[in-house]
Design a protein around this ligand. Structure first.
Ligand SMILES: *[C@@H]1O[C@H](CO)[C@@H](O)[C@H](O)[C@H]1NC(C)=O
Ligand SMILES: *[C@@H]1O[C@H](CO)[C@@H](O)[C@H](O)[C@H]1NC(C)=O
Ligand SMILES: *[C@@H]1O[C@H](CO)[C@@H](O)[C@H](O)[C@H]1NC(C)=O
Ligand SMILES: *[C@@H]1O[C@H](CO)[C@@H](O)[C@H](O)[C@H]1NC(C)=O
Ligand SMILES: *[C@@H]1O[C@H](CO)[C@@H](O)[C@H](O)[C@H]1NC(C)=O
Ligand SMILES: *[C@@H]1O[C@H](CO)[C@@H](O)[C@H](O)[C@H]1NC(C)=O
Ligand SMILES: *[C@@H]1O[C@H](CO)[C@@H](O)[C@H](O)[C@H]1NC(C)=O
Length: 771
């Protein structure tokens, strides 16, 4: 049998000649991930050998096996990625020791909404920073598009030696050699085999991508600088949002795992290899602002879930973005209970931009417009009035792609309205740029997320009311004109935080009893470093403003690195608990946090989990809800995965008890009952990490329609009693098919308030009973 890489190469050659035949053959060979659970040997070489043996048997030759294998996963867990036919994949799936054979998937980065980014530091006060020495000693692994090592955020001035426990490497490649690592960027690796086996060889001769850890897209540079960038004075995006920029843990180290490519997407086979290496290298925290949209694969078939399971089992916290598919419900991803899943919210910074009309009246929108010719009026037209011949007026009114007549649009400011089918300002910007419009006013439902244009085309976002007012003005004027005034940066005059409309929402579509997201953090209009790869200057102080759960995720990663520096022995679950139970439900005016979206409403746990992160409070959580790896194994049992598979995942023989009770009893800092029939008793266990002799009293805010009792309602800790269990008894007061309602359980000792959210939906026992 010919080698697989040979076949792929041949296929590209033959493509032009026999395209139909090629498509058939091409479809028959794909990248598969063979996941085999916990390692069976301590020695990585032996683990690898077992993978080659399996492949040799399947291919009938050692040589062919060698050609087909892309990765052997042998440090954090066991498995491999290889190019296989479907029947070979089926054959391997039946081999004892194989948990699952998973087709390679393409995952996406979580910043599709706008392109830029801005730095927050107001929520990280000196408390946690000084106690953790700014995270010195912590190592944060970033799985993203790589890094721009020259960026000012990655200077290592004043940093001590690389921790001796570090085992990672600085992998060289295009425009990246060992000298690009320093005491800040202590490791860098890149992964492309899965990507290239799927999409063909990456051609980097145009300089838009680098076969190395160097970041061409920019995303990885600012997630890294958000998590652990050094302090930079006078950072700004074209003068906007100017001030001190710094990462959450400015003294933490960075380990870069480039798994995503600027040309599009991240291959799951590559991502799993990065998890495997990161576990070996010795990171403390892993940050992944990526994922694939629903439907969610099971927890033993999703690579983010698999990789993070093994990382967490080894004490590494894994932080992931919740996704940008809000504000629709059930859109949250990266929802395994061992992952720390982060929603996105606004900060107190805004970018008001005044539009002056020809009649001297003014309206205010928002933009990132630094003003090319701020004194010039431009003709204003409505997109729907300048539709091209083959487009309908409606889609032209939304500035959908290719809908505008370029003769009529050229040199004018175009007014467009967001619609269900055309939600994105960025699409409108591209449409208007194509017809050489002078600018864009995009009317949309109120949102704080500013799309940006990097200066090429001014775009001001306004709400529907202002958009409608502009239409009225245009109807009443023969020659409507507008002028854009330069954007101002306004700080402290916005009520914040608010959950961003794009932030993906619960409930968790894979296991509704596991509350997701876990927490929210700043993710709207965030300033951080950016790759200058596509600009001529290649300036090391390039900053950009960007929004997405991609941006909120590294905020939590930085904060986790700080906590880890203070409490090196705490488990990932303990650190998550400390942050979730101390999170805030109120904005800075002590009013309940609201959630953007339709409808605008008071935020609930499906928007923000435990609430908005409050890092300084997390230093002293009082009690924690801890979870051990064996608890997660019981959870997997309850999810219905089979004994053999779970034994492989765990690395020891497991006999699952057939009970679904463990799902609700997993010791999370939240309780979610998605179907409460009459009553249900839930157990939880808390560990005292505060003063040794402490007495805590329970207080409950019961969800509507439910009675809640806590037994015992007093918990006394002393030097011998550090952990205590309690039960929470829920009784439905309704006999209706209910909807979700929300409450809280507090444990209070006069010093600490340890709060977890309660989420309950009452259902009728016999709603679907056959009568
Ligand atoms: C359980 O999983 C193993 C390994 O994936 C598989 O070989 C076996 O057939 C499965 N058993 C059942 C009962 O599904
Ligand atoms: C590494 O790259 C830098 C900058 O591109 C260059 O100055 C240096 O000579 C290179 N070092 C080696 C060992 O190749
Ligand atoms: C790569 O792209 C360049 C220009 O974009 C082209 O000239 C070159 O032939 C390409 N190389 C390969 C191997 O496809
Ligand atoms: C920051 O900018 C201000 C005003 O331009 C200047 O006075 C100051 O020296 C700058 N600080 C640094 C550290 O560059
Ligand atoms: C607008 O204001 C300017 C100066 O404030 C004035 O010169 C001009 O006449 C005004 N135009 C109209 C249409 O009111
Ligand atoms: C654009 O508008 C001009 C002027 O009204 C018209 O002549 C032309 O046919 C239009 N083109 C398209 C593609 O709609
Ligand atoms: C701690 O409390 C337990 C239970 O209340 C009690 O049995 C034990 O003696 C106490 N230990 C100390 C050292 O006071």
């Amino acid at each position: 049998m010919a080698s697989s890489s040979g076949i792929i190469a041949t296929l590209f050659l033959v493509l032009a000649l026999h395209s139909s035949w090629v498509l058939l053959s091409f479809a028959s060979r794909n990248v598969y991930i063979v996941y085999m659970g916990e390692r069976q040997h301590e020695e990585p070489d032996l683990v690898s050998e077992s993978h080659h043996e399996i492949l040799s048997n399947v291919f009938g030759s050692k040589e062919a096996a060698k050609q087909s294998i892309l990765y052997s996963y042998k440090h954090g867990f066991s498995g491999f990625a290889a190019v296989l036919t479907q029947s070979q994949a089926k054959l391997i799936a039946d081999i004892p020791g194989v948990v699952h054979v998973i087709p390679n998937r393409v995952l996406n980065l979580h910043t599709t909404r706008s392109w830029n980014f801005l730095q927050v530091n107001s929520h990280i006060s000196n408390g946690i920073l000084s106690r953790s020495q700014s995270g010195a000693g912590s190592i944060i692994g970033i799985m993203d598009t790589g890094i721009w090592p020259e960026s000012v955020s990655f200077r290592d001035d004043g940093m001590g030696d690389v921790p001796s426990r570090w085992r990672g490497i600085c992998q060289e490649g295009e425009k990246f050699n060992r000298s690009h690592c320093n005491r800040k960027i202590i490791g860098a690796r890149w992964y492309i085999k899965g990507y290239e086996a799927e999409f063909g060889n990456l051609n980097t001769s145009d300089g838009f991508e680098f076969r190395s850890p160097r970041d061409a897209g920019g995303h990885g540079t600012h997630t890294a600088s958000t998590a652990a960038g050094a302090s930079i004075e006078n950072a700004s995006f074209m003068g906007l949002a100017a001030g001190l920029a710094r990462g959450g843990a400015p003294s933490a180290r960075l380990a870069v795992y480039k798994v995503c490519w600027a040309t599009g997407g991240c291959s799951s086979a590559d991502l799993l290899a990065a998890f495997d290496d990161a576990i070996f290298d010795g990171v403390d925290v892993l940050s992944a602002s990526l994922g694939s949209p629903p439907p969610l694969p099971s927890y033993v078939e999703d690579v983010v879930s698999i990789g993070s399971f093994h990382a967490v089992a080894k004490g590494i916290s894994v932080i992931c973005s919740a996704g940008n598919s809000g504000s629709y419900p059930q859109t949250v991803i990266n929802s395994a209970p061992w992952i720390f899943t982060v929603a996105a919210s606004t900060i107190d910074r805004a970018f008001p931009t005044v539009i002056t009309l020809g009649n001297n009246q003014t309206v205010v929108g928002q933009a990132l417009y630094t003003g090319m010719d701020t004194n010039k009026f431009y003709p204003l037209v409505y997109g729907g009035d300048i539709a091209s011949i083959d487009a309908d007026e409606g889609s032209a009114g939304n500035c959908d792609s290719g809908t505008l007549n370029d003769t009529l649009a050229s040199g004018k400011v175009i007014l467009c309205f967001q619609s269900r089918t055309q939600r994105l300002a960025i699409t409108a910007i591209r449409t208007v740029m194509k017809v050489r419009g002078a600018g864009l006013i995009f009317a949309q439902f109120p949102s704080k997320d500013v799309s940006l244009t990097s200066g090429s085309l001014p775009c001001v976002q306004v709400d529907f009311a202002i958009g409608t007012y502009l239409l009225t003005y245009m109807g009443a004027t023969r020659n409507p004109v507008v002028k854009f005034n330069p954007t101002k940066t306004q700080v402290g005059q916005q009520i914040s935080p608010e959950v961003a409309f794009f932030s993906s929402r619960g409930p968790n579509s894979l296991s509704p009893s596991i509350l997701k997201p876990d927490i929210t953090a700043p993710g709207v209009n965030i300033l951080a470093s950016w790759s200058p790869a596509r600009s001529l200057s290649q300036s090391p102080d390039t900053f950009q403003i960007e929004s997405g759960t991609s941006m909120s995720c590294p905020h939590i990663s930085g904060i986790v690195a700080l906590l880890k520096a203070i409490y090196p022995t705490w488990s990932p679950a303990a650190i998550k608990s400390a942050l979730v139970t101390t999170a805030s439900l109120d904005d800075e005016y002590a009013q309940s946090i609201v959630a953007e979206g339709a409808p605008h409403k008071q935020a609930d746990p499906f928007d923000y989990g435990g609430g908005h992160v409050d890092p300084n409070k997390a230093i002293s959580p009082g009690l924690i809800y801890d979870i051990e790896s064996s608890d997660y194994i019981h959870f997997l049992c309850s999810m219905g995965y089979n004994n053999t598979a779970i034994s492989l995942v765990a690395g020891t023989k497991i006999t699952c008890q057939k009970s679904t009770k463990f799902i609700v009893n997993l010791n999370l800092p939240s309780i979610t009952i998605h179907e409460l029939k009459q009553s249900m008793t839930i157990s939880r266990r808390v560990t005292n990490v505060g003063p040794v002799n402490s007495v805590y009293f329970a207080r409950v805010q019961a969800p509507a329609g439910v009675s809640v009792k806590v037994k015992p309602s007093v918990l006394s800790f002393n030097s011998t009693v550090k952990k205590l269990e309690f039960k929470v008894i829920f009784c439905s007061l309704l006999r209706v098919q209910g909807r979700f309602s929300f409450g809280n359980l507090f444990w209070e000792d006069g010093l600490h308030v340890v709060r977890i959210p309660l989420v309950v939906r009452t259902v009728l026992d016999d709603l679907y009973a056959v009568t």
